[in-house]
Design a protein around this ligand. Structure first.
Ligand SMILES: [Zn+2]
Length: 145
């Protein structure tokens, strides 16, 4: 934990992370909805592939458009300043905290693999409106067994 800058205090960081965890919990229900959408498309597509092959291509195109409509606004949101809305706002990153945590992910061979992950929390200023933007990067390394 470094506190060598006057602009961003540890309290500001904590408050931002509290807000983020509330937001993450709200966003979790969208994740469930998207997963249900994905699986219903998968089942629908499989049924069409078996019984109504002619409808399969239009179905795949419409499904693709739906996903683009979900993903594009999300990507645009990531590239913009939440305050002034301008693109590519991030300036120099300043490390404020590192968070240690272990996690599990699905490995490519289909089994669980354990990772020791470290999250690096940075803050930066919007180049245009000087709003503080939080950046979280995680780096994972596989644990040796
Ligand atoms: Zn801005």
């Amino acid at each position: 934990m470094k506190e060598n800058n006057k602009k961003v205090t540890y309290e500001m960081y904590q408050r931002a992370m509290e807000k983020k965890s509330v937001r993450d919990r709200k966003q979790f229900k969208f994740l469930v909805i998207f997963m249900m959408l994905f699986f219903s498309q998968l089942i629908g597509g499989s049924l069409l592939a078996i019984f109504k092959k002619d409808y399969l291509n239009p179905f795949l195109i419409v499904s693709g458009i739906i996903w683009l409509m979900i993903i594009i606004p999300f990507v645009i949101k990531l590239l913009r300043c939440p305050e002034c809305g301008r693109f590519f706002p991030k300036g120099r990153l300043h490390l404020i905290d590192t968070v240690q945590g272990a996690g599990e992910v699905w490995g490519t061979s289909g089994n669980f693999q354990y990772y020791d992950g470290t999250k690096y929390v940075y803050w930066t200023e919007c180049k245009y409106c000087r709003n503080i933007i939080w950046v979280i990067k995680s780096r994972k390394k596989r644990l040796k067994k």
